[in-house]
Design a binder for this molecule. Structure first.
Ligand code: HEC
Ligand code: HEC
Ligand code: HEC
Ligand code: HEC
Ligand code: HEC
Ligand code: HEC
Length: 502
């Protein structure tokens, strides 16, 4: 029988290449559809479809000509064919014609497949599933917190990579190092922040929220429960003066004054995490007036000032936890009591919750078991009557406490609220008080004030049913819910409040 393709193709190596290429090709096609229809969330199908099988396909396609080359060398040696450096292609010979057409078809097919596959691979390696689930043990805390945040529908890449080939390549290179670090178990636990190569806010956040946008005030109701026997309720209703670029006047107002429209704010920090900021400069962009604020109590050293670069304040200096929000136990438990997931009628429930979260547990399992054990024991021993009557509500509350633990604390990665300070307020972390502490003074003797009315107005506060309210911009004066004298005025709230009720 006359062969329709060059005879050199029919050698074991090339045939094996064909087999590998064909199997990979069909596997990719089948998995491609399986991925779309059956398991869109499975990261491993993605890896196999867009990374592993394509590698095999390419390998197979390389093996084919390699086999043909070896075969020709063999035949040359055995003198089955005459010495010729390059094959003589003759389109009048059907096997050459067919081989050429086949080659052309495979080439076109391969280019189309690579275009589709490359695009899919590009999307896939930027997908939330890829980022959040592949390195499951490492990214687990960030992924869990993300799913539960206002940005759950914004992909990881939109904040971490952004648009443009340059950053795509950069992120993949750093990603490749991360894969190595994972395999070699060399990554830091917890992952250190601020992330060194995070893209500037102008190129990520500001695609969706731009500085000239005006937000006005934001009214928020904060509900707390004290650590006393009755879990006394305390509530503050306040207007936070967010502001922004005012389209009518062209000026910035309120808190978003820091967004570099009207004035630029720069600082130098004495630590990696930007928690200790001894030097700040604000430049009025229309008048050019410059003010430099220095922490009078802990002034920056000459050495620090000369060797540090100034950092221009941007969104991330306040919104450093826009999506990986690890709630403080106090906040999470307050919320759960408010929603009646933890029963407020259980005496001391807030207090024992805080004691439970004060401990560090080695693993999630130990934590979950200890929480159940200690709460059961507490009510059995201290409130035996109630223990018999309210078993259901104790059990429900325990379940919720366990959920709060698994959502916010990740012992295997060393992640919890205190590891990643949230800079948006000032109750549990210094936040705004890093600068607005009345201790940073400029050359005109002005300080960055911590006047309680600068950033918000309290409309009402209510302690145990006793309410005081005034829905005006003057609002009411803050009253600390328990008597701590004037301490709340004199020191930062965060010196007593640490995420667990003090
Ligand atoms: C809304 C924007 C945004 C999205 C979406 C986002 N991140 Fe982040 N992420 C940040 C910011 C901002 C930081 C830096 C925090 C800092 O430097 O203090 C960060 C930090 C991290 C860190 C460092 C550890 C930490 O907790 O600070 C990891 C890991 C991380 N992100 C992974 C992810 C993964 C995985 C996803 C997708 C599932 C994701 N991020 C989605 C904004 C985002
Ligand atoms: C792809 C678009 C997108 C990007 C990028 C993005 N956000 Fe958002 N952001 C949103 C959406 C959508 C919401 C939710 C709005 C809502 O729930 O009302 C939101 C909400 C917010 C909120 C309000 C959260 C709350 O508690 O109500 C803040 C603050 C915020 N984003 C800051 C940031 C910061 C900082 C970055 C950059 C690290 C960022 N965003 C990046 C789309 C985006
Ligand atoms: C000086 C700190 C600071 C800086 C810098 C800052 N913000 Fe804010 N932003 C706040 C505070 C405080 C709030 C109100 C907090 C809250 O939601 O409880 C807020 C609220 C927001 C909201 C929610 C508004 C609403 O009405 O729900 C968005 C969105 C937002 N900021 C985006 C940004 C973006 C984008 C940038 C950078 C261009 C930025 N912020 C810079 C402190 C800051
Ligand atoms: C890095 C230091 C720094 C941090 C952190 C910081 N600020 Fe500021 N803030 C400044 C400077 C500097 C000014 C401008 C003072 C000036 O114009 O000379 C300012 C001005 C303001 C103003 C306007 C005051 C006025 O006179 O109108 C408000 C409101 C404000 N900040 C709120 C906040 C809030 C809320 C936070 C925390 C979420 C915060 N700031 C965090 C440095 C900071
Ligand atoms: C530089 C601006 C600024 C100053 C000054 C300031 N606050 Fe605040 N405060 C904030 C911001 C921003 C938040 C909002 C945090 C959030 O949205 O979670 C806040 C939140 C609070 C809360 C709710 C706390 C929480 O997170 O549960 C209380 C209570 C409060 N402030 C009281 C005060 C009192 C009392 C003073 C004066 C001693 C004061 N603040 C001074 C910016 C400021
Ligand atoms: C001297 C220490 C101290 C300082 C400073 C302090 N507090 Fe408190 N705070 C307490 C104590 C103690 C309680 C009672 C805790 C409890 O019963 O659970 C408390 C309770 C609270 C509560 C209700 C309970 C909760 O869930 O957090 C709020 C809100 C609060 N403080 C706000 C503030 C604010 C805002 C500031 C700063 C302006 C501040 N505190 C400064 C000691 C302090």
């Amino acid at each position: 029988m006359k062969r329709k393709l060059p005879s050199s193709l029919f050698n074991p190596i090339s045939l094996m290449g064909i087999l590998i290429a064909l199997v990979s090709f069909f596997a990719i096609v089948i998995l491609f559809f399986a991925n779309i229809f059956l398991a869109p969330d499975n990261p491993y199908i993605g890896i196999v479809t867009y990374m592993i099988f394509p590698l095999f396909l390419i390998l197979g396609l390389f093996i084919i000509p390699f086999g043909m080359y070896i075969e020709r060398r063999r035949r040359l040696k055995k003198k089955e064919i005459k010495e010729r450096r390059l094959p003589n292609i003759d389109f009048n010979q059907p096997e050459h014609r067919n081989a050429f057409l086949l080659f052309l078809m495979v080439l076109i097919g391969f280019i189309v497949l690579s275009a589709v596959g490359g695009y899919q691979a590009y999307n896939f390696t930027d997908s939330v599933v890829f980022c959040g689930k592949i390195c499951h043990s490492i990214m687990h805390p960030e992924y869990e917190a993300y799913l539960d945040s206002p940005h759950a529908r914004v992909s990881c890449a939109e904040c971490h990579v952004g648009t443009g080939a340059n950053w795509y390549v950069k992120s993949k290179l750093s990603g490749a190092y991360q894969v190595y670090a994972t395999l070699a178990n060399k990554y830091p636990k917890p992952i250190t922040t601020p992330i060194k190569n995070l893209r500037p806010a102008q190129e990520t956040c500001e695609h969706c929220h731009w500085p000239e946008q005006f937000y006005g005030g934001k009214q928020k109701i904060f509900t707390y429960y004290l650590s006393d026997e009755e879990n006394t309720k305390y509530e503050i209703n306040m207007l936070i003066k967010v502001g922004g670029g005012n389209p009518k006047t062209g000026k910035t107002e309120g808190i978003h004054l820091h967004m570099n429209i009207q004035s630029k704010i720069e600082f130098i920090s004495a630590d990696e995490k930007n928690e200790n900021i001894p030097w700040i400069r604000s430049t009025n962009l229309s008048t050019g007036e410059v003010k430099t604020y220095i922490n009078e109590e802990e002034p920056p050293s000459e050495e620090l000032l000369s060797k540090s670069k100034t950092h221009i304040m941007d969104c991330m200096d306040c919104h450093n936890r826009p999506t990986h929000i690890f709630n403080t136990p106090s906040l999470a438990v307050n919320e759960a009591i408010l929603l009646n997931r933890i029963d407020k009628s259980l005496p001391m429930i807030k207090n024992i919750s805080m004691e439970l979260f004060f401990e560090d547990y080695e693993t999630k399992e130990i934590a979950v078991n200890t929480i159940a054990e200690k709460v059961w024991r507490f009510y059995r021993e201290d409130y035996p009557d109630l223990f018999e009557k309210q078993k259901d509500s104790i059990e429900r509350s325990i379940k919720e406490l366990q959920k709060i633990y698994t959502r916010n604390i990740f012992p295997e990665m060393g992640v919890k609220w205190s590891v990643y300070p949230d800079n948006i307020g000032h109750l549990d972390f210094p936040g705004c008080y890093r600068c607005h502490d009345n201790k940073h003074i400029n050359e005109y003797g002005e300080s960055l004030s911590n006047d309680c009315f600068l950033c918000h107005t309290i409309f009402s506060q209510e302690l145990n049913g006793q309410k005081e309210e005034a829905f005006t911009m003057d609002g009411v004066e803050f009253k600390h819910p328990v008597d701590v004298g004037d301490d709340w005025k004199l020191s930062g709230c965060y010196e007593c409040h640490t995420g667990l009720n003090p």
